[in-house]
Design a protein around this ligand. Structure first.
Ligand code: HPA
Ligand code: ZN
Length: 326
């Protein structure tokens, strides 16, 4: 369709992508073999059969199992390079990606190894594919404040390779305020912050992210729609929401794509964007997400332009670089 062609040809930015969530089943098996890691799945098909989730936690259990094959610098490089090559086909020209260092530190993989691979591939992608990037260190909210603070200490020698900080993993029972002191430290470093809030957790978690963490973006934010005063606040302050349609469908945040609030968000003046979250697990990359919402929602040309503009405007590019895209 005409809308699909427009979505394909627009230069796009992806702001919500967990690099470990781009680990395709085929690469899981290749790396398992390379590293002599035993998997609890006999084949690619058996692994893929496990990709059926009723909620966030069921997904996270499979996500952490999948990433257990990531051990060497080459593994992190190959993972990141595969993602960049794939989204280049979708005309993604800027990416702001998360990685979960604590999940790899737990397996004995030093931060230096993780970063050498991820950052090396990001630099190669910039040089050969023309994809600009920001790299976001994301803390795991199911772990303690102390663990997050230790991780931040470990990161201090690498701050030149880290563009911001995030918060992900099991949301319910782990409100943003649990990490108020951690993110205050991040702010002191002069880095932007973004936290997952209102995916499964209540509007109260989005308020905390704004008032206690002073975030620069909200990841997901779907449940903000339950609170009119919160919507007003997000609109008035021009907060970017990094929305993930296929993720929301696969994790049962919405019952069907027809029920997805993306258009409602735009109509209310919220700065929503389209992102893939964990594309290897949720059924697709940037264009798969656009295709799903174009198929199932009453999107217009103007909405598509708005979505693309929102992503560049809400990115952490310099004002001069944003202007080139807006
Ligand atoms: N939500 C929370 N944590 C995550 C996600 C998500 O969608 N993806 C990877 N870690
Ligand atoms: Zn996410």
């Amino acid at each position: 369709s005409e809308l699909l062609e427009l979505a394909e040809k627009m230069p796009k930015a992806e702001l919500h992508l967990h690099i470990e969530g781009s680990l395709e089943p085929e690469l899981v098996f290749k790396l398992a073999k390379r590293n002599n890691v035993r998997l609890n799945y006999a084949s690619v098909d058996e692994l893929k059969a496990a990709y059926s989730f009723n909620n966030l936690q069921e997904f996270l259990d499979v996500y952490y199992a999948g990433m257990s094959v990531l051990l060497t610098e080459d593994d992190f490089y190959d993972l990141t390079w595969a993602y960049l090559k794939r989204v280049h086909e979708d005309r993604v020209v800027h990416v702001e990606i998360f990685f979960d260092p604590q999940a790899h530190l737990e397996r004995g993989v030093p931060l230096s190894i993780q970063l050498a691979g991820i950052h090396g591939a990001l630099e190669a992608g910039k040089a050969t594919l023309g994809i600009s990037y920001r790299l976001i260190l994301s803390f795991l909210r199911h772990l303690s404040e102390e663990s997050a603070l230790e991780t931040l200490q470990l990161a201090r020698p690498y701050l030149n390779q880290l563009d911001g900080f995030g918060l992900d993993s099991s949301e319910k029972g782990h409100p943003p305020e649990k990490f108020a002191r951690v993110f205050a430290e991040c702010k002191k470093l002069g880095k932007p912050i973004t936290v997952h809030a209102g995916e499964e957790g209540p509007p109260e978690y989005v308020w905390q992210a704004l008032d206690q963490l002073e975030v620069d973006r909200i990841d997901h934010g779907n449940r903000a729609l339950e609170d009119d005063a919160l919507v007003q606040r997000l609109v008035a302050t021009g907060q970017t929401l990094t929305v993930c349609p296929l993720s929301n469908l696969k994790l049962c945040v919405v019952d069907s794509m027809q029920d997805h609030p993306l258009v409602t968000m735009l109509e209310k003046g919220l700065k929503a964007t389209v992102n893939s979250d964990d594309p290897a697990y949720f059924g697709g990359y940037m264009m798969d997400n656009y295709r799903a919402v174009i198929d199932q929602l009453p999107l217009t040309r103007e909405h598509l332009h708005q979505l693309a503009r929102n992503a560049f405007a809400g990115s952490w590019l310099s004002e001069a670089d944003k202007k080139k895209h807006l």
